[in-house]
Structure formats: structure tokens, C-alpha cells
Write a new protein. Sequence first.
Length: 176
Amino acid sequence: MLIRREIPGDIASIHSVRMVTAAAFARPDQPGREPPEVDLVDQLRDGPAWLPPLSLVAIGTGGTVIGHVLATRGHVGPMPALGLGPLGVHPDHQRRGVGSALMHAVLAAADALDEPLVALLGDPAYYTRFGFWPSADYHIMPPVAHWQPHFQVRPLTAYDPVLRGTFTYAEPFGRL
């Protein structure tokens, strides 16, 4: 498996990423319904919060895209931060370390770009292993109050404790 940056000329992989996201977020109780995360990736890609160095794909045997993760520009109060997601791994490749590899890669890339922190909404049992902790521990509030038990942040090297307030995702997240 290879983790690499999604590049503009990578048309086939970009299309595959959409299919990977659709497969990864499919809801068994809603067959035939495309998950909202599929359009979210495209909307983020077309918006001002898009950060090309933080859109990564996992390439499996044969050169096919088997996973995707991205981080986009968010804010804590007026200060820049990152919102992570969606993270998707094709169901045929789940539980094989692809998601973990993507997480480690996107966090390392964000750190190398001197970003202060990454925020996400997700299962604490999964994301704690990557250094994510409840956002309230850092005096950062989720954009929706009832998200609190699942809203987490991961401080990076450039983190400064003065970074406090309410987190705001890129605009397309508000349409979910």
C-alpha cells in the first residue's frame, strides 16, 4: 500500500475516491441511497477551504484507490485550524491498517505544514489511538453543542493553548 497526495492530474483516482467514499459510508438500512459524505468531498474540493496537500489517497495492489482522507480549513474562533474528514476505506480493505496509515499520514502532513490542531467528529474509541482527546479538554467547543461527547481535537507541534473557542468547519459541512 502506498499513501500519497491526491494530485490534479489523477482523474481516475479522484473518480475512484468518490466510489470509495460511497462504499465506505453506505448505510445498509438505506440501500441505493448515496451517502452525503460523497457530495461533501466534491463540495470541499471545489471550495476555498480545500488544502490540496491534505487530501491523501491509499493506493492498493494494482494501483487502485482503496482509501481517502482529507483535512480542510476550519477555525477556532478567528484562528485557523483543520477539520478532518471524511476518512473512508473501501469495505474490502477495512481492518487491514489502511485507515490508520491514512490518519498517520494526514496528521504528519498537517504537522509539517505548521497547522496548530486537527478537529473531528467521530468515535473516541477509534480516534484516541491517534492522539485525539475531547475538545473540551482544550477549551474548544463543537459547532453543535450535542456533538460534545464525540467532538475531539489533536494538537500538533504548532499548537498554542491560547487557541480556544468554538470550532467552525468549512461551509459544506453545514449542509449535511
